[in-house]
Structures are given as structure tokens and as C-alpha cells.
Design a binder for this molecule. Sequence first.
Ligand SMILES: C[S@@+](CC[C@H](N)C(=O)[O-])C[C@H]1O[C@@H](n2cnc3c(N)ncnc32)[C@H](O)[C@@H]1O
Length: 220
Amino acid sequence: MSSDLPHATMTAAYAGWAPVYDALCGPFFAQGRRAAAQAARRAGRRILELGVGTGLSFADYGPENEVFGVDISEPMILKARRRLAAGSYPHIRDLRIMDAHALAYPDASFDCVVAQFVVTLVADPEQVLSECARVLRPGGEIILVNHFYSERGAIAAIERWSARYVGVIGLRPDFPLSRLVRWAERSGGIEFAGSEPVEPLRVFTVARFRRQVAGLAAAS
Ligand SMILES: C[S@@+](CC[C@H](N)C(=O)[O-])C[C@H]1O[C@@H](n2cnc3c(N)ncnc32)[C@H](O)[C@@H]1O
């Protein structure tokens, strides 16, 4: 498995991606993004979206939601703020530049934390998940969508090979879901609630984790 991507790689990569992101990544990720937002809406009203990017998910939520978006990249958040300024998304309550490793929100303040195509890119995924768990109310859910590493067979070999070249542009094709499931098992307060491929291509997977009603152990 390739190593976790440092912050500096990520901010440099997304400064480059910001001007072209919507054209290149908008349609490609649309179904996964929508599937994750639908799952988040089922989990509750008050939603924190990590790595909100340019705000391509805004239309995937409904008027019943209160959505708070954060992203580490200033150029991406500036694009999201411009999208918001059009006025069509009153359910988007706040957009902030923030590192998902240290969320400036109180404990138990959201029904759901959702991250579309983010968790495999952060410098310390377990720390990010522990922050998600902290800001979730008991019974709340973490919803992730990503391409996860196949772990076996020819596709896994291609994913391992390509990981050597694409880290610099902020991609991580050899990241296994099992790593996040292991984090949940250690957490003492989060259970893995299942995963489902996104139709029709099944390249992306929505994974769900639920905060149990009993207290959390530290699990980063
Ligand atoms: C592949 S883009 C996905 C953007 C958006 N979620 C979407 O589906 O279009 C990954 C995003 O995660 C953000 N990101 C990476 N590391 C982060 C971190 N530590 N904290 C917050 N955002 C981060 C990047 O700046 C980028 O906007």
C-alpha cells in the first residue's frame, strides 16, 4: 500500500485542480456523490460534509437539511462560496476552510458526517475518522464514498502499480476499506454499518459507520 498523502501534497494538488475540477471530476464522481448525500439525508437533518470541494454536492441535499461544509483547500472553498452566492442553496449553512484532522465543532453536534472522495486522501485517515466520531451525536452516522482498493487479483495489481504515479495529483487507488473497518473495531464506540457499491459501474462504494449510544474510546 502507498503511504498516506502529506498535507502539503494535498493543498498543492487541489490548488491545481480547483480551476478544472468541475469540468473534469464533476460528472465522473456525480453518482457516488449523490449516493452518499442520499445516505446522509437518511441519517439525519444536520450534516457536516468534509472535503466539500467546489460544492458540487449542494443540489444533492434537500430543504430539510442544514449542511456545513469544510475543506482544507482555499481555492476549492472559494469556488464553493461562489456557487453558494447564486442563492439556490439555503440549506447550505456555512462553508469554512478547515482541516478534517482538527474539526472546530463541539462534540456530538451533527447527525451525520459525510465525505465524498476524501478519506483516502488525508494525511491520517484514522485521526479524521476519530474527529468525525467526536462531532457525531450518539446514533449518528459517518458516510464515506470512494473507490476502495480491490485487495486481490489483476485489478488490485493495476491499482498498486498506478498508486506510484498518481499521489502527486492527489489520488490514492490502493487504499483498502478494511483499514477503516479495523479503525471502527478499535474505536470502542463506532460500528461498521455496511457498504454498498454505487450502480451502475460499481467502481465506487458507499461505506457507513454508526456511533453507538455508549461512549467513545480514543481510537486514532
Ligand atoms: C477529490 S476532492 C472531492 C471534493 C468533493 N467532495 C467532491 O465530491 O467533488 C477531495 C477534496 O478533499 C479536500 N481535502 C483533502 N484533505 C483534506 C483535509 N485534511 N481536510 C479537509 N479537506 C481535505 C481537498 O482539498 C479536495 O477538495
